[in-house]
Design a binder for this molecule. Structure first.
Ligand SMILES: Nc1ncnc2c1ncn2[C@@H]1O[C@H](COP(=O)(O)OP(=O)(O)OP(=O)(O)O)[C@@H](O)[C@H]1O
Length: 224
């Protein structure tokens, strides 16, 4: 079976410095692959290349068999909803001045999946799926707690109907008491939706809790 994500010999450079040095791994549908390693070892650079936020210097990123590194922006736009990021900063991934419900509705509108009353109902359903009272959709991001905001960001990612989530330190900015709740939510969503996860963290306990397989990076290379 074609893996959901197939990364081959990935190289990311910043000028003369090599941040990712020949990394290869696969993520299958419904599977969580953890990526751990010390600060600066190249985890976020790997994520950025997978999401095509940064073009790699060399190597391939295949998503469902399709090579992303060579795709035009126009063709990439059709693929982007299928692989969605969740970043560390819960407030940073949402626009500060728009209500939560409008931000969750946006992917539905962009993909031509918005109508009334189904659109607003879907937004309420997505909020409920991430454990938020749909009434919180009326609020602005700064009117939510960090944990609520990260859940809203996950709801927004889910609005695109993704198959893969790239989770880059998704709970590291949260109060330790809230982390388990968000990690368990991610497990629950994976069960319900069959999502693949690339889960990046320096928190070994969190990675073990979530991952089917754990890859360790050091100085740009996968060492296990
Ligand atoms: N935009 C950039 N410009 C130049 N160098 C960068 C840039 N982003 C990252 N780097 C460098 O690339 C290397 C890998 O960084 P990266 O952020 O991918 O590591 P990381 O494992 O995600 O670290 P952390 O856990 O601290 O986020 C580091 O040496 C870093 O300084």
């Amino acid at each position: 079976m074609t893996p959901l994500l197939d990364v081959r010999d990935l190289v990311v450079r910043y000028g003369a410095a090599t941040a990712v040095d020949g990394v290869s791994f696969q993520v299958r549908a419904g599977e969580t692959v953890g990526l751990v390693g010390p600060s600066g070892c190249g985890k976020s650079s790997t994520a950025a290349a997978v999401l095509r936020l940064r073009r790699p210097h060399a190597g391939e990123v295949r998503f469902d068999g399709l090579e992303l590194t060579a795709l035009s922006e126009r063709r990439l736009r059709a693929i982007r909803p299928r692989l969605q990021p969740v970043f560390q900063d819960p407030y940073g991934s949402l626009s500060p001045r728009r209500r939560i419900r409008a931000q969750i509705a946006e992917p539905l509108r962009v993909q031509g999946r918005w109508s009334r009353p189904a659109g607003p109902e879907r937004v309420a359903e997505l909020l409920d799926m991430v454990g938020l009272d749909p009434a919180l959709g009326e609020r602005l991001p700064h009117e939510l707690s960090g944990g609520q905001c990260q859940r809203a960001g996950i709801a927004r990612a889910l609005a695109s109907a993704p198959e893969l989530l790239v989770l880059d330190e998704p709970v590291s900015a949260l109060d330790p008491s809230l982390r388990a709740g968000v990690l368990n939510l991610l497990l629950d969503l994976q069960d319900r939706l069959g999502l693949g996860y690339l889960f990046i963290s320096h928190d070994m306990a969190a990675v073990r809790h979530l991952s089917d397989r754990v890859l360790t990076m050091r100085a740009g290379k996968i060492v296990t």
